[in-house]
Design a protein around this ligand. Structure first.
Ligand code: GDP
Ligand code: IMO
Ligand code: MG
Length: 428
């Protein structure tokens, strides 16, 4: 069976898009299975940067099938803009297929995301991307959501929209003191979007299953990351989907036995955008230095990302939750100028070693990171293409990550470009 998967092991923005693009060269199909346009995956091809949000990163090749699966929440306006932007950059979205079962982000989801965040006091704010992701998933769970297939059944669409607009407007105006949304405008806009998206809509569950069963090379592209998982992340400072490996099974509609060759993407240091605990965060000059060297500003919101040392308690946790087969270490080049580097290999809570990952955020905040210090390599590694040519200290750094987490190295990335990649395994 020829499948592979790319999963974020930290708080997102690890470089999943770059790794998917790299593996996709040898794949036939690339599948997104959860999240929505809260994702921002930057892929650099021949020095040209593409910022993908809903489109799978395989879209930059001419000969791949690209699937947006059932577990994704789709803002049709954003998707159409993304397709248009791609076409303006000389690429085509002809190969795109979107699930008829996927839920649709409506304007009231975005209005509620904004209103809910605004109503939360300082420390309670999640710092969402305000794209309506959480409210859309909430409607799905509440069984009042609107799915892509509903857009093509006008009676059903009108009935669901009318129920939702009435209910959401009560929430918006009476609870949040916010502006209501307009039923007629939404109806007209979404009929137009549905028409434009029609060529792409299909039963992607069948498409994915068929591809897997026909032994095609299928690559699952994770969005967000393990620590943002609704169940296993730093709740409530998480997203509203399941970015872990199991989420790809439910989201794409394939059984778990089909999921092989799972890559956990590990940024060589740690970042987080949005609120929530971050045990290795650096609020000093070193953190600022990392942000500058790494241009750590969100692709979607432009917000500065919080930066810190690599936390292997997080990656170890991700290794188990995702049954990782390989590590893909990214952005190693960003550490090129450091004399010394720290990695967190454990937490101490009230003087005792912590096993597993704390559920209670107060405990997590009280945890003290236990660091190991490793020597830097103080060499530009961005031009290196062979593992054995990396400076010894760079190899020691990544090998220590593999040792502590118990997951072998699969890929080391030394720059944003497709070519700046070192393969240690070949999965397809
Ligand atoms: P994603 O959301 O996980 O796909 O990651 P983002 O695209 O949001 O952020 C990762 C950023 O790092 C992007 O700008 C990538 O082009 C860039 N990137 C990926 N791998 C590397 C690498 O090895 N070195 C450097 N310098 N940049 C990288
Ligand atoms: P990629 O795929 C980094 C974060 C938000 C916020 C929390 C909830 O590019 O790695 P949401 O809008 O999902 O309800 O926000 O999750 N978040 C991300 N952080 N990378 C992402 O995606 C993210 N998607 C959501 O910042 O803290
Ligand atoms: Mg991103």
């Amino acid at each position: 069976m020829a499948t592979s998967m790319v999963i974020g092991t930290q708080w997102g923005d690890e470089g999943k898009g770059k790794i998917v693009d790299w593996i996709a060269e040898r794949a036939d199909v690339v599948v997104r299975s959860q999240g929505g346009n809260n994702a921002g995956h930057t892929v650099v091809v021949d020095d040209k940067a593409f910022a993908l949000r809903l489109l799978p990163s395989g879209i930059l090749y001419d000969n791949k099938q690209n699937i947006v699966g059932t577990g994704v929440v789709i803002d049709p306006k954003v998707l159409l803009q993304e397709i248009e932007g791609l076409e303006k950059q000389g690429k085509s979205a002809k190969s795109l297929q979107i699930s008829d079962r996927a839920h649709v982000i409506m304007p009231y989801h975005i209005a509620l995301d904004n209103a809910e965040e605004a109503s939360k006091g300082g420390d309670a704010k999640i710092g969402t991307t305000k794209n309506g992701i959480g409210p859309c998933y909430a409607d799905k769970i509440n069984r009042i959501g609107i799915r892509i297939c509903d857009l093509y059944d006008l009676d059903t669409f009108k009935q669901k929209l009318s129920y939702n607009v009435e209910f959401k407007n009560k929430m918006l105006t009476k609870v949040y003191d916010a502006e209501p949304v307009n039923y007629d405008e939404i109806l007209a806009d979404y009929i137009k979007y549905a028409e434009a998206l029609k060529p792409y809509v299909t039963d992607t569950n069948i498409a994915v299953l068929k591809a897997v069963q026909e032994d095609k090379k299928v690559l699952f592209e994770g969005a967000q990351a393990t620590m943002l998982d609704l169940d296993h992340g730093t709740y409530p400072f998480v997203t509203s989907s399941h970015p872990i490996a199991g989420g790809a099974s439910t989201g794409a509609g394939v059984g778990p036995n089909y999921l092989k060759n799972i890559f956990g993407v590990v940024k060589a240091y740690a970042t987080r955008v949005g609120a929530g605990p971050f045990p290795t965060e650096l609020l000093d000059e070193t953190g600022e230095n990392l942000r500058k060297l790494g241009h750590e500003f969100g692709t979607v919101t432009g917000r500065p990302r919080r930066c810190g040392w690599l936390d292997l308690m997080v990656v170890k946790y991700a290794a188990g939750l995702n049954s990782l087969d390989y590590l893909a270490i990214t952005r190693l080049d960003i550490l090129d100028t450091f004399k010394e580097l720290k990695i967190c290999v454990g937490y101490k809570l009230n003087g005792k070693d912590v096993e597993g990952f704390p559920a209670n955020l107060k405990d997590l905040e009280a945890c003290e990171a236990v660091y190991e210090t490793l020597p830097g390599w103080e060499t530009d590694i961005s031009g290196i293409r062979k593992y054995e040519e990396l400076p010894e200290n760079a190899r020691k750094y990544v090998e220590r990550i593999a040792e502590v987490t118990g997951v072998p190295l699969g890929i080391v990335s030394v720059g944003p470009n497709r070519s700046q990649t070192i393969d240690l395994v070949n999965v397809f």
